[in-house]
Design a protein around this ligand. Structure first.
Ligand SMILES: [Zn+2]
Length: 432
């Protein structure tokens, strides 16, 4: 979906609805703004229920300070104005009080986005603004000073977070990615020492082999019904994964095999919440459909499909609890409950960097019998015999990770014994 044609009223309304629906703000906290071409700023109104915001509720503050609209502008308009004055490159701002970032805010800390390569590239280095009275010019000065240093994301002491972007979509994506990062750090700390990427690892390019070569779809036979069906299923599950918080707008790839030499995969950098049939990319024999960029995981997925004919769907996901395991040295043991062991089996742990340029090596480490890999500081990779199977397994993986983390807060987690595993394997996995 293109945001370029959305009126600022609608874009603010839709984005606020999304923030509220995914519990990234309370109804009284948070405000969004968009700078328009005439020096004016569109902003959410003061004291209106965020759960039932209408397009006519938005307020426009002109360059001369004149206000158009049914309500007063948000009481935090002064800091929005201060940021726009200092940063001509910023075209939209998100401010909210999401719980994980507030946890950092009330401890006077900032989350380190070097937890994940993608988070660091989306959010950059996070800034910090000292406390001042909400709505005051002083708060505006403190925040604008942090933005003036070049930060896109700034934690407000004992308050929340402010995120800027070229447009509202980019600001939202940074905001969502940073809240995800903060949640993951909090969970990971319950498991042990959190490992962050080094400067060298952050600088390591994520190699994408496939889009170098493209084929022209219009010269080709039209899409078969089988392909159409698979596109629809893939889109449905990507959106469902987003709603279930298994993917976020900037992270996560999903693919499904079409035949022996081709598969469909989610596109690079298209919002996972709105991914559409035509966005999905066909990859055939190492070449991608012209005019589209497949997810950067495409080379890895291709190697896995080539090596394992029984694998027909693959997902790279960034779920909070499974990712928490991927950023610590904590052992992930699936022998928690029968369902977990049967779906997850032995979970592989892949050293950082293998997924960026050694697809054959990655493919050799997974199989139908070892369908899951924790990628160090890069979330989890899950294989399945079809899309539903991969999705289901991903949900089991995330629930199991959460149960282990929670269990460790209660007492010692006791894995099921060898005799129980042997019995389960015999009954459900066709082995002894
Ligand atoms: Zn606030």
């Amino acid at each position: 979906m293109s945001h370029a044609l959305l009126h600022p009223r609608d874009e603010i309304m839709q984005t606020m609805e999304r923030i509220y629906r995914y519990r990234m703000t309370t109804t009284s906290g948070g405000n969004l703004s968009i700078r328009d071409g005439d020096g004016g700023v569109w902003i959410t109104p003061a004291r209106i229920d965020k759960g039932s915001l209408r397009r006519e509720d938005m307020v426009r503050v002109g360059a001369d300070g004149s206000v158009e609209g049914l309500h007063r502008a948000s009481s935090e308009y002064p800091f929005h104005r201060a940021i726009y004055q200092r940063r001509p490159d910023i075209g939209a701002i998100v401010h909210a009080h999401p719980v994980a970032l507030v946890a950092f805010s009330i401890c006077g800390r900032v989350p380190d986005a070097r937890l994940l390569h993608q988070a660091r590239s989306v959010c950059g280095e996070v800034g910090f603004a000292p406390y001042a009275l909400p709505g005051s010019d002083r708060l505006g000065e403190n925040i604008a000073a942090a933005f003036a240093k070049g930060h896109h994301c700034v934690i407000l002491e004992n308050h929340g977070v402010v995120v800027g972007g070229e447009n509202l979509q980019q600001a939202f994506q940074r905001f969502e990615t940073l809240e995800f990062t903060a949640k993951t750090i909090i969970k990971a700390r319950m498991l042990g020492e959190v490992r962050y990427l080094t400067d060298d690892q952050v600088a390591l390019p994520r190699i994408n082999v496939i889009p170098l070569l493209a084929f022209d779809r219009t010269m080709d036979a039209p899409a078969t019904n089988q392909e159409k069906e698979l596109r629809r299923l893939l889109c449905d599950f990507v959106k469902r994964g987003y709603r279930q918080r298994l993917l976020i707008s900037t992270e996560g790839s999903f693919s499904a095999r079409l035949d022996a030499e081709s598969f469909l995969i989610t596109p690079y950098r298209v919002d996972r919440n709105t991914v559409d049939l035509a966005d999905v990319v066909l990859v055939r024999g190492g070449r991608a459909e012209a005019g589209k960029t497949p997810s950067r995981a495409a080379a890895d997925h291709r190697a896995i499909y080539d090596r394992h004919p029984e694998i027909n769907a693959i997902v790279n996901a960034y779920t909070v609890n499974a990712t928490a395991f991927s950023v610590t040295g904590a052992t992930f043991d699936s022998r928690t409950i029968p369902e977990s062991y049967i779906f997850l089996r032995e979970v592989e742990r892949i050293p950082y960097g293998v997924q960026f340029g050694r697809p054959e090596e990655l493919a050799a480490r997974v199989s139908a019998r070892r369908p899951i890999a924790l990628l160090e500081n890069d979330g989890v990779l899950v294989c399945g015999t079809n899309i539903l199977d991969a999705f289901d397994r991903l949900e089991v993986m995330e629930s199991t990770a959460e149960a282990i983390i929670n269990g460790r807060q209660i007492g010692e987690v006791r894995p099921m014994g060898n005799d129980v595993i042997a019995e389960l394997s015999k009954a459900f996995l066709g082995g002894g």
